[in-house]
Design a protein around this ligand. Structure first.
Ligand code: UDP
Ligand code: MG
Length: 317
């Protein structure tokens, strides 16, 4: 490449006042060594702790910093999506703003991009400062996704990754509301590779991903890439219908033979409860898909921007 490449770094910010300065410092130190131009897109996802003002100050001091400020909190995946829409780089890097993803690793990602890979994702070799519960559920989650879905999502990777312009262009045309970016970027294809890194503990503040949000993201991943839960209802239906067809002659024969088995209401009650449960679960699964379908059909905008610098044009809407 004759011209210096432009790197866009996207960092979603949700109440990260204790991390912003250090993030900016380490990103700019690292990018000085990258041999390219760079822009740091700070997407403010409805912060209320003064992060917004701090972002504006940083942008005033350094033209590399470009704050995109949301009208309210839209969630991590949507904030990153906005970053992708505004990024104009030849390569785009997504990074957490709590410094769990060390900015220095970006140089590794860039080196692999220069070798010709279009997606370079960072694989967590170790994770610091996480509860055993988070580690366990995360491990189980990645393995479940790989079993249920046909696309191969690399195990133990987060959103920390570099994507070539061509991949970002494709992602920008995928306007689904319920987004699982790791899956989407795997789905796109191209030449992909992983780089191992050690995930640090959060510098300041607390996680914004409580169990409830983790479950939501897991559901988004499963429903976004698989029909397995819908088929699960079909299997359950066939199994229980099969059992009852076999059970009918057995019960009739036992009763004719004068057996005391299956007298009374208890057995009937258990059967009714069991099938009631199965039906409600199946309805719930249907509801999950229908709700998501409804969100897509309404076609509301993915996010609302209150303020964005002129220097960061929205490449995609
Ligand atoms: N984040 C966001 N919106 C949200 C929640 C989180 O933009 O509603 C950002 C947050 O500021 C951070 C990144 O997403 O940069 C990852 O969040 P967090 O560190 O809380 O998640 P964890 O690393 O614990 O999974
Ligand atoms: Mg974090």
């Amino acid at each position: 490449m004759s011209k210096k490449p432009l790197f866009s770094i996207i960092a979603p910010i949700y109440n990260e006042i204790g991390n912003l300065d250090e993030l900016y410092r380490r990103v700019s130190e690292t990018m000085k060594k990258s041999g390219g131009d760079w822009e740091l897109l700070l997407v403010d996802d409805g912060s209320s702790d003064g992060s917004t003002e701090r972002m504006r100050e940083l942008a005033k001091k350094d033209k590399h910093v470009k704050p995109v400020i949301f009208a309210r909190n839209f969630g991590h995946q949507i904030a990153v999506t906005a970053g992708l829409d505004y990024a104009s780089g030849d390569a785009v890097i997504i990074i957490d703003s709590d410094l769990q993803d060390p900015p220095e690793v970006m140089l590794d990602l860039i080196a692999h991009w220069r070798e010709g890979y279009e997606v370079v994702y960072a694989v967590r070799e170790t994770r610091k400062g996480e509860s055993w519960f988070k580690l366990f559920t995360a491990k189980a989650f990645y393995r479940l996704i790989n079993r249920l879905t046909s696309i191969k999502i690399p195990v133990d990777t987060g959103d920390f990754r570099l994507m070539d312009r061509r991949v970002v262009e494709v992602l920008n045309t995928m306007r689904e509301h319920h987004r699982f970016l790791r899956g989407m970027s795997a789905w796109v294809g191209f030449r992909q590779t992983g780089v191992k890194y050690h995930r640090a503990a959060r510098l300041s503040g607390e996680t914004h991903y409580p169990v409830r949000k983790m479950m939501r993201l897991a559901l988004t991943a499963i429903t976004g890439f698989s029909f397995a839960p819908l088929q699960f209802a079909t299997y359950l239906g066939f199994i229980s219908a099969g059992i009852s067809i076999i059970a009918i002659p057995v019960v009739v024969a036992l009763r004719l033979a004068g057996s005391q088995a299956f007298y009374g209401q208890a057995s009937a009650l258990i059967a009714v409860l069991f099938f009631g449960g199965v039906q409600l679960i199946s309805l719930g699964i249907l509801g999950e898909y229908i709700g998501r379908l409804y969100d897509e059909v309404r076609g509301r905008p993915l996010y609302i921007v209150r303020e964005a610098p002129k220097s960061a044009k929205q490449v995609h809407k």
